[in-house]
Design a protein around this ligand. Structure first.
Ligand code: FES
Ligand SMILES: [Fe+2]
Length: 430
Protein backbone atom coordinates (compact mmCIF):
# COMPACT_ATOMS: atom_id res chain seq x y z
CA UNK A 1 0.00 0.00 0.00
CA UNK A 2 1.27 3.40 -0.93
CA UNK A 3 3.30 5.01 1.83
CA UNK A 4 3.29 2.01 4.10
CA UNK A 5 4.55 -1.53 4.26
CA UNK A 6 1.64 -2.68 6.39
CA UNK A 7 -0.26 -5.37 4.52
CA UNK A 8 -2.54 -6.98 7.09
CA UNK A 9 -5.11 -4.37 8.04
CA UNK A 10 -6.76 -6.10 10.98
CA UNK A 11 -4.68 -8.28 13.28
CA UNK A 12 -6.22 -10.35 16.03
CA UNK A 13 -4.51 -12.56 18.58
CA UNK A 14 -6.94 -13.84 21.14
CA UNK A 15 -4.27 -15.39 23.36
CA UNK A 16 -2.29 -12.19 23.65
CA UNK A 17 -5.41 -10.08 24.07
CA UNK A 18 -4.41 -8.17 20.94
CA UNK A 19 -6.63 -6.58 18.33
CA UNK A 20 -5.04 -3.98 16.10
CA UNK A 21 -6.14 -2.02 13.08
CA UNK A 22 -3.60 -0.59 10.67
CA UNK A 23 -3.72 3.19 10.42
CA UNK A 24 -3.34 2.74 6.68
CA UNK A 25 -7.00 1.63 6.77
CA UNK A 26 -7.83 5.29 7.47
CA UNK A 27 -5.54 6.90 4.90
CA UNK A 28 -5.04 4.61 1.91
CA UNK A 29 -6.62 5.41 -1.44
CA UNK A 30 -6.57 1.67 -2.25
CA UNK A 31 -8.61 0.93 0.86
CA UNK A 32 -11.03 3.74 0.01
CA UNK A 33 -11.69 2.26 -3.44
CA UNK A 34 -11.92 -1.28 -2.04
CA UNK A 35 -14.55 -0.05 0.40
CA UNK A 36 -16.75 1.16 -2.44
CA UNK A 37 -16.24 -2.10 -4.34
CA UNK A 38 -16.59 -4.53 -1.47
CA UNK A 39 -18.84 -2.79 1.03
CA UNK A 40 -20.93 -0.04 -0.45
CA UNK A 41 -21.53 -1.88 -3.73
CA UNK A 42 -22.50 -5.10 -1.97
CA UNK A 43 -24.06 -4.42 1.43
CA UNK A 44 -27.62 -3.34 2.14
CA UNK A 45 -27.55 0.43 2.64
CA UNK A 46 -30.11 2.62 4.35
CA UNK A 47 -31.82 4.99 1.92
CA UNK A 48 -34.53 6.52 4.10
CA UNK A 49 -37.62 5.99 6.19
CA UNK A 50 -40.99 5.36 4.58
CA UNK A 51 -42.43 8.30 6.54
CA UNK A 52 -40.29 10.65 4.42
CA UNK A 53 -42.47 9.73 1.45
CA UNK A 54 -45.73 9.11 3.25
CA UNK A 55 -48.16 10.25 0.53
CA UNK A 56 -48.51 8.84 -2.97
CA UNK A 57 -46.28 10.89 -5.26
CA UNK A 58 -43.87 12.00 -2.49
CA UNK A 59 -40.20 11.85 -3.41
CA UNK A 60 -36.82 12.78 -1.95
CA UNK A 61 -33.42 12.80 -3.59
CA UNK A 62 -30.63 10.86 -1.93
CA UNK A 63 -26.94 10.35 -2.59
CA UNK A 64 -26.16 6.80 -1.59
CA UNK A 65 -22.67 5.41 -2.18
CA UNK A 66 -21.98 8.23 -4.67
CA UNK A 67 -25.14 7.44 -6.67
CA UNK A 68 -27.81 10.03 -7.21
CA UNK A 69 -31.16 8.37 -6.40
CA UNK A 70 -34.84 9.23 -6.32
CA UNK A 71 -36.58 7.56 -3.37
CA UNK A 72 -40.33 7.84 -3.86
CA UNK A 73 -43.82 6.47 -3.39
CA UNK A 74 -45.61 6.08 -6.69
CA UNK A 75 -49.29 6.69 -7.42
CA UNK A 76 -50.09 3.07 -6.49
CA UNK A 77 -48.44 3.55 -3.10
CA UNK A 78 -45.38 1.46 -3.96
CA UNK A 79 -41.97 2.52 -2.66
CA UNK A 80 -39.16 2.76 -5.24
CA UNK A 81 -35.56 3.85 -5.60
CA UNK A 82 -34.56 4.92 -9.12
CA UNK A 83 -31.24 6.10 -10.47
CA UNK A 84 -31.74 9.80 -11.07
CA UNK A 85 -30.48 9.73 -14.63
CA UNK A 86 -32.44 9.95 -17.83
CA UNK A 87 -32.25 6.74 -19.89
CA UNK A 88 -31.96 8.93 -23.00
CA UNK A 89 -28.62 10.68 -22.41
CA UNK A 90 -28.18 10.89 -18.68
CA UNK A 91 -29.48 14.24 -17.45
CA UNK A 92 -31.04 14.32 -13.98
CA UNK A 93 -34.78 13.77 -14.26
CA UNK A 94 -35.40 15.09 -10.73
CA UNK A 95 -33.71 18.34 -9.81
CA UNK A 96 -35.58 19.22 -6.61
CA UNK A 97 -34.48 17.86 -3.23
CA UNK A 98 -38.00 16.74 -2.38
CA UNK A 99 -41.61 17.21 -3.36
CA UNK A 100 -44.68 15.47 -4.68
CA UNK A 101 -45.09 14.60 -8.34
CA UNK A 102 -47.06 12.31 -10.58
CA UNK A 103 -44.39 12.69 -13.25
CA UNK A 104 -40.74 13.51 -13.66
CA UNK A 105 -39.80 15.43 -16.79
CA UNK A 106 -36.27 15.49 -18.11
CA UNK A 107 -35.46 19.10 -18.97
CA UNK A 108 -33.03 18.22 -21.77
CA UNK A 109 -35.21 16.69 -24.53
CA UNK A 110 -38.42 16.57 -22.56
CA UNK A 111 -39.06 12.89 -21.90
CA UNK A 112 -41.71 12.40 -19.23
CA UNK A 113 -41.78 9.50 -16.78
CA UNK A 114 -44.60 8.35 -14.52
CA UNK A 115 -43.63 8.17 -10.85
CA UNK A 116 -43.39 4.38 -11.21
CA UNK A 117 -40.51 4.90 -13.63
CA UNK A 118 -42.29 4.08 -16.88
CA UNK A 119 -41.79 6.38 -19.86
CA UNK A 120 -45.04 8.23 -20.48
CA UNK A 121 -44.26 10.45 -23.40
CA UNK A 122 -41.41 11.83 -25.45
CA UNK A 123 -41.35 14.60 -28.02
CA UNK A 124 -41.26 13.03 -31.49
CA UNK A 125 -42.25 9.59 -30.19
CA UNK A 126 -43.31 8.52 -33.71
CA UNK A 127 -39.64 8.66 -34.75
CA UNK A 128 -38.79 5.67 -32.50
CA UNK A 129 -39.20 2.08 -33.65
CA UNK A 130 -41.88 -0.13 -32.11
CA UNK A 131 -39.10 -2.16 -30.54
CA UNK A 132 -38.01 0.80 -28.43
CA UNK A 133 -41.24 0.67 -26.48
CA UNK A 134 -41.50 -3.10 -26.46
CA UNK A 135 -38.03 -3.44 -25.00
CA UNK A 136 -38.83 -0.74 -22.44
CA UNK A 137 -35.62 1.06 -23.31
CA UNK A 138 -37.05 4.37 -22.17
CA UNK A 139 -37.95 3.60 -18.55
CA UNK A 140 -36.17 4.87 -15.47
CA UNK A 141 -33.91 2.21 -13.98
CA UNK A 142 -34.56 1.05 -10.43
CA UNK A 143 -31.78 0.00 -8.04
CA UNK A 144 -31.07 -3.75 -8.26
CA UNK A 145 -32.55 -4.52 -4.84
CA UNK A 146 -34.86 -2.56 -2.56
CA UNK A 147 -36.22 -3.66 0.80
CA UNK A 148 -38.43 -2.23 3.50
CA UNK A 149 -37.85 -3.51 7.02
CA UNK A 150 -40.67 -2.20 9.22
CA UNK A 151 -40.43 1.23 7.60
CA UNK A 152 -36.66 1.38 7.21
CA UNK A 153 -35.86 1.29 3.49
CA UNK A 154 -32.63 -0.17 2.18
CA UNK A 155 -31.06 -0.48 -1.26
CA UNK A 156 -28.48 -2.87 -2.58
CA UNK A 157 -26.43 -2.12 -5.69
CA UNK A 158 -25.67 -5.80 -6.27
CA UNK A 159 -28.13 -8.54 -7.16
CA UNK A 160 -27.68 -10.00 -3.70
CA UNK A 161 -29.74 -13.04 -2.82
CA UNK A 162 -29.42 -12.25 0.89
CA UNK A 163 -32.70 -10.81 2.14
CA UNK A 164 -32.68 -7.79 4.44
CA UNK A 165 -33.91 -10.02 7.28
CA UNK A 166 -31.01 -12.43 6.81
CA UNK A 167 -28.58 -9.54 6.52
CA UNK A 168 -29.80 -7.95 9.75
CA UNK A 169 -29.54 -11.31 11.53
CA UNK A 170 -29.67 -11.01 15.31
CA UNK A 171 -29.41 -7.20 15.08
CA UNK A 172 -33.17 -7.42 14.50
CA UNK A 173 -33.70 -8.01 18.20
CA UNK A 174 -32.27 -4.56 18.96
CA UNK A 175 -33.79 -2.87 15.95
CA UNK A 176 -37.19 -4.24 16.94
CA UNK A 177 -36.74 -2.82 20.46
CA UNK A 178 -36.34 0.58 18.81
CA UNK A 179 -39.26 0.12 16.44
CA UNK A 180 -41.57 -1.31 19.10
CA UNK A 181 -41.35 2.04 20.94
CA UNK A 182 -43.78 3.49 18.46
CA UNK A 183 -47.14 1.78 18.23
CA UNK A 184 -48.10 4.29 15.54
CA UNK A 185 -44.86 3.77 13.61
CA UNK A 186 -41.89 6.11 13.46
CA UNK A 187 -41.63 9.35 11.59
CA UNK A 188 -38.59 11.35 10.50
CA UNK A 189 -39.19 14.76 12.10
CA UNK A 190 -38.80 17.88 9.95
CA UNK A 191 -36.28 17.01 7.29
CA UNK A 192 -32.71 16.06 8.01
CA UNK A 193 -29.31 17.33 9.04
CA UNK A 194 -26.19 17.14 6.93
CA UNK A 195 -22.60 17.88 7.81
CA UNK A 196 -19.09 16.87 6.84
CA UNK A 197 -16.00 15.92 8.81
CA UNK A 198 -12.33 15.83 7.93
CA UNK A 199 -11.97 12.28 9.15
CA UNK A 200 -12.19 8.74 7.87
CA UNK A 201 -15.75 7.38 7.98
CA UNK A 202 -14.75 4.39 10.13
CA UNK A 203 -13.79 6.73 12.93
CA UNK A 204 -17.43 7.72 13.13
CA UNK A 205 -18.48 4.06 13.07
CA UNK A 206 -16.27 3.40 16.08
CA UNK A 207 -17.30 6.59 17.85
CA UNK A 208 -20.99 5.80 17.48
CA UNK A 209 -20.68 2.59 19.51
CA UNK A 210 -17.91 3.72 21.84
CA UNK A 211 -18.93 3.76 25.50
CA UNK A 212 -15.32 4.37 26.54
CA UNK A 213 -15.22 8.03 25.46
CA UNK A 214 -18.44 9.24 27.08
CA UNK A 215 -17.01 10.28 30.45
CA UNK A 216 -14.04 12.14 28.94
CA UNK A 217 -15.12 13.58 25.58
CA UNK A 218 -18.61 14.38 26.83
CA UNK A 219 -17.69 15.49 30.33
CA UNK A 220 -19.09 18.94 29.50
CA UNK A 221 -22.52 17.43 28.78
CA UNK A 222 -22.46 15.32 31.92
CA UNK A 223 -21.39 18.35 33.98
CA UNK A 224 -24.12 20.39 32.31
CA UNK A 225 -26.76 17.81 33.22
CA UNK A 226 -25.52 17.77 36.79
CA UNK A 227 -25.47 21.60 37.00
CA UNK A 228 -28.78 22.27 35.31
CA UNK A 229 -30.78 19.43 36.73
CA UNK A 230 -28.89 18.95 39.95
CA UNK A 231 -30.86 16.36 41.81
CA UNK A 232 -33.12 16.12 38.78
CA UNK A 233 -31.17 13.30 37.19
CA UNK A 234 -31.58 9.59 37.59
CA UNK A 235 -29.15 8.06 40.02
CA UNK A 236 -27.76 5.55 37.58
CA UNK A 237 -24.34 5.42 36.03
CA UNK A 238 -23.31 4.61 32.49
CA UNK A 239 -23.46 0.85 32.82
CA UNK A 240 -24.24 -1.91 30.41
CA UNK A 241 -22.77 -4.21 27.84
CA UNK A 242 -21.31 -4.13 24.35
CA UNK A 243 -22.29 -6.97 22.02
CA UNK A 244 -20.93 -8.37 18.79
CA UNK A 245 -23.84 -9.11 16.47
CA UNK A 246 -24.10 -11.00 13.19
CA UNK A 247 -22.49 -9.78 9.96
CA UNK A 248 -20.47 -6.96 11.51
CA UNK A 249 -23.43 -5.33 13.27
CA UNK A 250 -22.83 -4.21 16.85
CA UNK A 251 -24.56 -2.63 19.82
CA UNK A 252 -24.07 -1.19 23.28
CA UNK A 253 -27.04 -1.36 25.60
CA UNK A 254 -26.84 0.55 28.88
CA UNK A 255 -28.40 2.63 31.60
CA UNK A 256 -27.67 6.37 31.79
CA UNK A 257 -28.62 9.29 34.03
CA UNK A 258 -30.58 11.25 31.43
CA UNK A 259 -34.34 11.03 30.83
CA UNK A 260 -35.89 9.29 27.82
CA UNK A 261 -39.23 10.40 26.40
CA UNK A 262 -39.73 6.63 25.80
CA UNK A 263 -40.25 6.27 28.79
CA UNK A 264 -37.79 7.00 31.54
CA UNK A 265 -38.80 9.91 33.71
CA UNK A 266 -36.31 12.18 35.46
CA UNK A 267 -37.33 14.45 38.36
CA UNK A 268 -36.36 17.50 36.31
CA UNK A 269 -39.39 16.82 34.09
CA UNK A 270 -41.75 17.59 36.96
CA UNK A 271 -45.18 16.22 37.72
CA UNK A 272 -46.67 16.72 34.28
CA UNK A 273 -43.75 14.78 32.85
CA UNK A 274 -44.40 11.97 35.28
CA UNK A 275 -48.02 11.67 34.20
CA UNK A 276 -46.95 11.64 30.54
CA UNK A 277 -44.18 9.10 30.99
CA UNK A 278 -46.30 6.83 33.20
CA UNK A 279 -48.95 6.70 30.49
CA UNK A 280 -46.40 5.78 27.79
CA UNK A 281 -44.92 3.14 30.06
CA UNK A 282 -48.31 1.63 30.90
CA UNK A 283 -49.12 1.30 27.22
CA UNK A 284 -45.74 -0.31 26.51
CA UNK A 285 -46.39 -2.85 29.26
CA UNK A 286 -49.81 -3.58 27.84
CA UNK A 287 -48.33 -4.22 24.41
CA UNK A 288 -45.10 -5.99 25.28
CA UNK A 289 -45.24 -7.20 28.90
CA UNK A 290 -43.30 -5.72 31.79
CA UNK A 291 -39.86 -7.16 31.09
CA UNK A 292 -39.66 -6.03 27.51
CA UNK A 293 -41.32 -2.69 28.29
CA UNK A 294 -38.67 -2.03 30.96
CA UNK A 295 -35.92 -2.81 28.50
CA UNK A 296 -37.43 -0.58 25.81
CA UNK A 297 -37.95 2.29 28.21
CA UNK A 298 -34.96 2.20 30.54
CA UNK A 299 -32.10 1.01 28.36
CA UNK A 300 -30.21 3.13 25.87
CA UNK A 301 -29.00 1.53 22.67
CA UNK A 302 -26.32 2.60 20.22
CA UNK A 303 -26.78 0.21 17.32
CA UNK A 304 -24.61 -0.13 14.25
CA UNK A 305 -26.06 -1.82 11.19
CA UNK A 306 -23.00 -2.71 9.15
CA UNK A 307 -21.46 -0.85 7.48
CA UNK A 308 -22.82 2.67 8.00
CA UNK A 309 -26.24 2.99 9.61
CA UNK A 310 -26.16 4.15 13.22
CA UNK A 311 -29.25 4.18 15.39
CA UNK A 312 -28.84 6.14 18.60
CA UNK A 313 -31.72 5.26 20.88
CA UNK A 314 -30.57 7.38 23.80
CA UNK A 315 -32.01 10.62 25.27
CA UNK A 316 -33.63 11.03 21.84
CA UNK A 317 -33.80 8.81 18.79
CA UNK A 318 -31.66 9.48 15.77
CA UNK A 319 -30.72 7.63 12.60
CA UNK A 320 -27.46 8.53 10.90
CA UNK A 321 -25.83 7.29 7.77
CA UNK A 322 -22.58 8.45 6.22
CA UNK A 323 -20.30 7.86 3.28
CA UNK A 324 -16.66 8.66 2.68
CA UNK A 325 -15.89 11.29 0.05
CA UNK A 326 -12.13 10.64 0.38
CA UNK A 327 -10.00 8.60 2.80
CA UNK A 328 -9.91 11.59 5.14
CA UNK A 329 -13.41 13.01 4.76
CA UNK A 330 -16.98 11.93 5.20
CA UNK A 331 -20.47 13.28 4.76
CA UNK A 332 -23.16 12.58 7.37
CA UNK A 333 -26.93 12.63 7.01
CA UNK A 334 -28.97 12.46 10.21
CA UNK A 335 -32.64 12.34 11.11
CA UNK A 336 -34.45 12.95 14.38
CA UNK A 337 -36.99 10.14 14.65
CA UNK A 338 -40.12 10.05 16.78
CA UNK A 339 -43.32 8.05 17.17
CA UNK A 340 -45.84 9.25 14.61
CA UNK A 341 -48.30 10.12 17.32
CA UNK A 342 -47.05 11.34 20.68
CA UNK A 343 -48.09 14.14 22.98
CA UNK A 344 -46.83 17.68 22.47
CA UNK A 345 -44.98 17.32 25.75
CA UNK A 346 -43.12 14.19 24.69
CA UNK A 347 -42.24 15.64 21.28
CA UNK A 348 -40.89 18.82 22.87
CA UNK A 349 -38.63 16.97 25.32
CA UNK A 350 -37.55 14.57 22.61
CA UNK A 351 -36.47 17.38 20.31
CA UNK A 352 -34.89 19.42 23.13
CA UNK A 353 -32.88 16.35 24.08
CA UNK A 354 -31.98 15.75 20.46
CA UNK A 355 -30.69 19.28 19.89
CA UNK A 356 -28.97 19.45 23.24
CA UNK A 357 -26.81 16.38 22.69
CA UNK A 358 -27.08 14.97 19.17
CA UNK A 359 -27.64 17.96 16.90
CA UNK A 360 -24.67 19.45 15.00
CA UNK A 361 -24.62 22.31 17.55
CA UNK A 362 -25.34 20.11 20.55
CA UNK A 363 -23.06 19.03 23.35
CA UNK A 364 -21.95 15.80 21.74
CA UNK A 365 -21.51 16.23 18.03
CA UNK A 366 -18.95 19.09 18.03
CA UNK A 367 -16.87 17.30 20.67
CA UNK A 368 -16.96 14.07 18.70
CA UNK A 369 -16.06 15.87 15.47
CA UNK A 370 -13.09 17.47 17.20
CA UNK A 371 -11.93 14.08 18.52
CA UNK A 372 -12.33 12.33 15.16
CA UNK A 373 -10.55 15.03 13.18
CA UNK A 374 -7.78 14.98 15.75
CA UNK A 375 -7.38 11.19 15.32
CA UNK A 376 -7.24 11.60 11.55
CA UNK A 377 -4.44 14.16 11.88
CA UNK A 378 -2.54 11.60 13.90
CA UNK A 379 -2.50 9.15 10.98
CA UNK A 380 -1.29 11.47 8.28
CA UNK A 381 1.80 13.04 6.75
CA UNK A 382 4.01 10.04 7.33
CA UNK A 383 3.11 9.61 11.01
CA UNK A 384 1.26 6.42 10.08
CA UNK A 385 4.54 4.90 8.86
CA UNK A 386 6.04 5.20 12.33
CA UNK A 387 3.00 4.58 14.48
CA UNK A 388 1.27 1.97 12.39
CA UNK A 389 -1.48 0.55 14.56
CA UNK A 390 -4.60 1.50 16.46
CA UNK A 391 -5.46 -0.55 19.52
CA UNK A 392 -8.90 -2.08 19.81
CA UNK A 393 -8.32 -4.68 22.51
CA UNK A 394 -10.13 -3.34 25.56
CA UNK A 395 -11.97 -6.11 27.36
CA UNK A 396 -10.60 -8.99 25.29
CA UNK A 397 -10.86 -12.31 27.06
CA UNK A 398 -13.08 -10.76 29.75
CA UNK A 399 -16.80 -10.49 30.27
CA UNK A 400 -17.98 -7.59 28.08
CA UNK A 401 -18.72 -4.29 29.79
CA UNK A 402 -20.14 -0.94 28.73
CA UNK A 403 -16.85 0.72 27.93
CA UNK A 404 -15.08 -2.20 26.24
CA UNK A 405 -14.37 -2.55 22.55
CA UNK A 406 -15.90 -5.90 21.61
CA UNK A 407 -18.60 -4.15 19.55
CA UNK A 408 -15.95 -2.31 17.51
CA UNK A 409 -14.11 -5.56 16.96
CA UNK A 410 -17.34 -6.92 15.50
CA UNK A 411 -17.29 -4.18 12.87
CA UNK A 412 -13.57 -4.49 12.17
CA UNK A 413 -13.58 -8.29 11.83
CA UNK A 414 -16.29 -8.11 9.20
CA UNK A 415 -14.62 -5.14 7.53
CA UNK A 416 -11.32 -7.06 7.33
CA UNK A 417 -13.04 -10.18 6.03
CA UNK A 418 -14.49 -8.16 3.15
CA UNK A 419 -11.64 -5.72 2.43
CA UNK A 420 -8.45 -7.69 2.98
CA UNK A 421 -8.82 -9.99 -0.07
CA UNK A 422 -9.29 -6.96 -2.34
CA UNK A 423 -6.17 -5.31 -0.93
CA UNK A 424 -4.21 -8.55 -1.31
CA UNK A 425 -5.30 -8.87 -4.94
CA UNK A 426 -4.27 -5.31 -5.58
CA UNK A 427 -0.88 -5.87 -3.92
CA UNK A 428 -0.31 -8.99 -6.03
CA UNK A 429 -0.86 -7.00 -9.21
CA UNK A 430 1.66 -4.31 -8.26
S1 FES B 1 -31.41 13.43 -21.74
FE1 FES B 1 -33.39 13.26 -20.92
S2 FES B 1 -34.69 13.54 -22.59
FE2 FES B 1 -32.70 13.61 -23.45
FE1 LIG C 1 -19.63 10.85 21.39
Amino acid sequence: MAGSDVQALVVENEQQGMFQVARAAFTSADVFEAEYEELFNKCWLYVGHESEVSKNGDYVRRTIARRNLIFNRDSDGRLNAFFNTCPHRGAEVCREQKGNAKHFQCFYHGWIFANNGSLKSQPGADRYSVHFKEQQRGNLVAVPRFANYRGLCFVNFSQTTVSIEEYLGNAREYLDLVLDQAESGLVAVNGMQEYSLRANWKLLVENSIDGYHAATTHSTYLDYLANIHGKGMNKVGLEGVGTKLDNGHAVIEYSAPWGRPIANWVPAWGEQGKVEVDAIRARLEELHGKEKADRIALKNRNLLIFPNLVINDIMALTFRTFFPTAPNSLHVTGWAMAPQTESEWARKYRLDNFLEFLGPGGFATPDDVEALESCQSGYQNGMEQHVQWNDMSKGMGMEAGYSDEIQMRSFWSEWGRRIQPAIDRKGARK
